[in-house]
Design a binder for this molecule. Structure first.
Ligand SMILES: NC(=O)c1ccc[n+]([C@@H]2O[C@H](COP(=O)([O-])OP(=O)(O)OC[C@H]3O[C@@H](n4cnc5c(N)ncnc54)[C@H](OP(=O)(O)O)[C@@H]3O)[C@@H](O)[C@H]2O)c1
Length: 205
């Protein structure tokens, strides 16, 4: 599959790119600085190229939104024509920018490209765990997934599983509100217990 990553030069973007390329996907890193994205891509594994944000949105059959939440909706709006009918994985964490208990980050971002097929994932996945998706005990870490589109959710869950994680179906966007709120606590616990951005939530179901 062709995967475009908006914010592909970042910690999450590069980690996801490596994981997707390792299982045979073609990845394109999108950046505000196309040259920087091309340079980073050439240093990563084969199967990864880089350029502008609009090129990444156009390239991907599936597109990952991996930019800071505060900039996400504006970026999505700018490339919305390229996202029509495509699956978009929203990994952005709003960190209080969205009033708690009202809407999830994905409810906000998805309004900027309503014809895309939105899936929230990787919210509670620290960037340092993207190298294989294993915890301290060697077991697969959980990636929680929310979407209103069952088919798109299934595609993303398969992608997550292929890269070493366990994908956990969390229903629709209403549960993404809860995931958004789990993130600040995870970061706080990670610091308190000095787990070096390698901790994660686990559903013991
Ligand atoms: N870090 C984590 O462990 C983690 C875990 C789960 C989810 N997330 C979420 O994933 C997203 C990315 O996080 P990250 O840690 O990878 O951040 P990061 O390392 O700072 O990378 C973010 C990337 O977004 C791009 N960017 C920054 N400002 C932008 C703007 N105004 N317009 C367009 N692009 C912009 C930058 O690329 P260029 O400068 O090349 O354009 C940058 O490489 C965030 O929404 C974060 O909340 C992070």
């Amino acid at each position: 599959m062709k995967i475009g990553i908006l914010g592909g030069t970042g910690r999450m973007g590069q980690g996801l790119a490596r994981g997707y390329a390792a299982v045979g996907h073609e990845v394109f890193l999108g950046s505000r600085s196309p040259q920087r994205a091309a340079d980073i891509a050439s240093e990563l594994a084969g199967g990864i190229s880089g350029g502008s944000l609009s090129e990444a949105a156009e390239f991907g059959e599936l597109v990952v939104l991996a930019v800071p939440f505060g900039d996400a909706a504006e970026i999505v709006e700018a490339v919305q024509d390229s996202l029509a009918e495509k699956i978009v994985i929203d990994i952005t964490n709003p960190f209080g920018a969205v009033p708690p208990g009202q809407v999830a980050g994905i409810e906000n971002n998805s309004r900027a490209a309503a014809s895309a097929r939105w899936v929230a994932a990787y919210k509670t996945t620290f960037w340092k765990t993207l190298d294989g998706g294993r915890g301290h005990d060697g077991q697969p870490l959980d990636v929680f997934v929310c979407s209103l589109d069952a088919e798109a959710k299934a595609v993303v869950m398969e992608l997550i599983t292929a890269t070493g994680f366990r994908a956990v179906d969390c229903g629709g966007f209403e549960n993404a509100r809860t995931l958004d709120l789990m993130v600040p606590l995870m970061i706080e616990l990670d610091g308190r217990h000095q787990t070096d951005a390698r901790s994660s939530w686990k559903f013991l179901g």
